[in-house]
Design a protein around this ligand. Sequence first.
Ligand SMILES: Cc1cc2nc3c(=O)[nH]c(=O)nc-3n(C[C@H](O)[C@H](O)[C@H](O)COP(=O)(O)O)c2cc1C
Length: 154
Amino acid sequence: MQLITVQPDLMIIYVSRAAFEMGADELKSLTDGSARRNKEKNITGGLIKVGNYFIQVLEGPETLVKELMNKITTDPRHCEVRVLYKETVQSRIFAEWITGYLNLDEQYVVSLKDYRQLRELVHKVMSMETVGKDSIMGIIKGFSLLLQKHKAAA
Ligand SMILES: Cc1cc2nc3c(=O)[nH]c(=O)nc-3n(C[C@H](O)[C@H](O)[C@H](O)COP(=O)(O)O)c2cc1C
């Protein structure tokens, strides 16, 4: 008899601060490389740059997501990596890997309310305020819609 074990999916959400001002080319190579590797590992999620901060959601096979997170944490391109959520999940939020950059001057793709909500989340996390799980999930669902809107407008 063959025993097939199904690994649960792990979801990690973190916020970090860019270590330096990254140019469009650097960001593109970071996100293109991430998209390619994540696809190979069946990792979905999204990365968004809001001002000087990154918010990333990673979801996928537990061992692979943990392995990737270890690499990301020591990546010199960012610092102050703060994990807000790390749990095994029944279902994923993202169907694919999506990235986006949101700046205030890009308001045509994002409502000011969505943008403010993300900025508030970053601010709270970075000042070590506790953020409730429900509020994190609500914001992350908004985040995934935002990325999809951004992708559709690109
Ligand atoms: C903000 C940020 C997000 C990243 N996200 C990913 C990602 O989703 N997938 C990925 O493979 N690498 C990501 N990386 C890059 C990894 O840190 C690492 O450079 C990459 O996995 C290549 O590692 P390797 O050269 O050891 O294979 C990210 C880096 C940063 C700074």
